[in-house]
Ligand binder design. Structure first.
Ligand SMILES: [Zn+2]
Length: 580
């Protein structure tokens, strides 16, 4: 390692450190950064050389202006922006059990996420079923399958297929294989026929009511005793369309005396002909039930690990019985607890009802915990990943507060969100006796001067600004208040009826103990609306530079909260409130 290389490192990190700290780099911080990126320097015994070189470079860099430092970083090292790594509490998932065994048997780890197209995905699906399965496949260089469980035409819709794909893509989840069960219905028929011909399944033509009775009495239905030939005949009649919906069901032959009622001859396939399937129309009349389809697909696609929620415990028992009948190896299942969201309704059934009744406007309604709604609100995709890792594989149920998600998201978006002033329910403040000319230069981001500044120039002796109604409580007669980035004012009078405050200029000295509030200049502001997750709509004014905002951009409305720009209509900006 030559002296030139060390000089290059020293210059680069001195610049980075300087830009982060208002243009002044510190020798010890720069050395620490270099050693953490290039530990070989220590091994090669070059520390003493490094210290000397860093001292020199820090001195050089600190003599430059911030603009010059930024230019050098850009031109020489192609670094346009310094993004600091947010703190992480847990970096990785715990190891997966049975990896070696699975690798010996199948050659790779295969996991899957298997949502049904019955609604938009919500945070509960994503945290565990999607992200954890995806990350495990990645961790072991395995395969991740996205499998769409479209087995019941009565509850699925075309648009939900598209949204599953869209939402996962928006989160950055990539799958190696996409499997749609309706492409494999015939394969499930093949497996069913095999089971029937081996006497391990049968065609039951008992009315549903009647069978329920047998089940509760733990007795076998009359069909079960019929000879194998009769069942094969019935099976062919099913295939040919002899039976109508509800008239015949293929059942797995287990034991009607099983202590677990779901295991008493569970159904494998049934007839649905009242509703066309969104992908196959009326082509098929026989549809596999979830557990049967799941077993066949997991087996055929060599899924090695199934990570599932405790609510699927009953299903797991049925699937195991099917695996045993077929003599197939059972994938390794990992049960985890359920995630409940505090004070949030997240069941798809509730959302579907709300939509039909018009109470909810869409699956991306920002009151909902769906992925579409949360992304629309400015929750960063990485926040879901971090939360998934932090809550991964707890056996017990957990109640998650949205605050936890917000706290993680805040760490991610704070460095990328520019700051703007927004005043809700504006109150006019007339400030008298101001200096003849006032120039304000406010940084778009306090820690990132490279983002630029918002400049305002005011002339005249009276300045009119708006403040938020909520800040009126800080204003009393003769109180001194700081308008952030502007100057101090002294309150003279407050007219609540006309929503006007008279005040006068009170110097520019930064005083510690006085309230500091945001403001927007009269005439240099835009109308703004803020949609909030509680369903309410905030209305106010946002500063003039908000005209540059683009839809999708996340900002911090100072002293108000983070928000995502939904639309910029020139005269008015529509925001969606993210969280405090
Ligand atoms: Zn029967």
């Amino acid at each position: 390692m030559s002296k030139n290389v060390l000089e290059e490192y020293a210059l680069k990190y001195a610049l980075i450190n300087a830009v982060k700290h208002d243009g002044k780099a510190r020798i010890d911080a720069v050395i620490k950064m270099i050693l953490s990126e290039h530990p070989e320097i220590k091994r090669k015994g070059l520390i003493r050389d490094l210290v000397e070189i860093v001292k020199e470079k820090v001195k050089e860099v600190n003599e430059l202006t911030l603009e010059e430092q930024l230019k050098l970083l850009r031109d020489r090292f192609n670094i346009k922006e310094i993004v600091e790594k947010p703190k992480e509490t847990r970096k990785d998932l715990p190891p997966l059990p049975g990896v070696e065994e699975a690798l010996n048997k199948y050659g790779k780890i295969v996991t899957r996420f298997a949502p049904a197209p019955t609604g938009a995905l919500h945070i509960g699906h994503i945290l565990r079923a999607a992200i954890v399965n995806y990350l495990y496949a990645k961790k072991y260089n395995g395969e991740f399958i996205l499998r769409i469980e479209d087995t019941d035409p009565r509850v699925i819709k075309k648009v939900y297929y598209d949204w599953i794909i869209e939402d996962l893509k928006a989160l950055g989840i990539k799958w190696d294989k996409l499997v749609i069960i309706s492409d494999h219905f015939e394969r499930t028929y093949e497996v069913a026929e095999k089971l029937i011909s081996e006497g391990k399944a049968y065609v039951c033509t008992c009315p549903a009511e009647k069978f329920r009775e047998y089940k509760s009495l733990k007795v076998e239905c009359p069909c079960r005793k019929l000879p194998l030939e009769e069942h094969l005949k019935r099976w062919n009649m099913m295939l040919e369309g002899y039976y109508s919906e509800g008239e015949a069901v293929v059942r797995l032959k287990t034991s009607m005396k099983d202590p677990n009622p779901v295991l008493r001859d569970p159904p494998l396939l049934r007839i649905v002909e009242s509703v066309p399937h969104p992908r196959t129309g009326y082509k098929y009349r026989m549809y596999p039930l979830y557990n049967f389809a799941c077993t066949v697909m997991d087996h055929d696609f060599k899924v090695t690990h199934i990570i599932r929620a405790k609510e699927h415990e009953h299903n797991a028992a049925v699937q195991e019985a099917i695996y045993r009948s077929l003599g197939w190896d059972i994938p390794i299942a990992i049960q985890y607890g359920l995630i409940y969201l505090k004070d949030v309704k997240m069941h798809k059934r509730h959302i579907r009802e709300g939509l039909r009744e018009g109470e909810i406007k869409g699956w991306d309604d920002i009151r909902l915990p769906t992925i579409r709604a949360l992304l629309r609100r400015g929750i960063h995709p990485q926040a879901f990943f971090r939360l998934a890792i932090e809550t991964s594989i707890t056996k017990h149920d957990i109640t998650l507060s949205m605050e936890t998600l917000y706290a993680i998201n805040r760490q991610i978006i704070d460095p990328i969100a520019d700051r703007y002033f927004y005043v809700e329910n504006p109150i006019l403040v007339k400030i008298h006796n101001t200096p003849k000319e006032v120039v304000v230069k406010a940084k778009l981001h306090p820690k990132k001067p490279e983002r630029g500044v918002k400049v305002y120039r005011f002339k005249g002796e009276t300045l009119k600004v708006y403040i938020a109604e909520d800040d009126l409580k800080l204003l009393k007669q003769n109180a001194i208040i700081r308008l952030i980035e502007l100057f101090n004012i002294k309150v003279k009078s407050i007219n609540l009826e006309e929503r006007i405050v008279e005040a006068e200029y009170a110097g520019n000295e930064i005083l510690k103990e006085i309230p500091k509030i945001q403001w927007v200049p009269e005439g240099l502001c835009l109308k703004a609306f803020v949609y909030k997750p509680d369903g309410s709509l905030g209305e106010g004014l946002v500063e003039y530079y908000a005209q540059f905002l683009k839809p999708g951009q996340i900002v911090q409305l100072e002293r108000y909260g983070f928000a995502k720009v939904e639309r910029n209509e020139g005269e008015v900006i529509y925001f969606i409130y993210s969280h405090p």
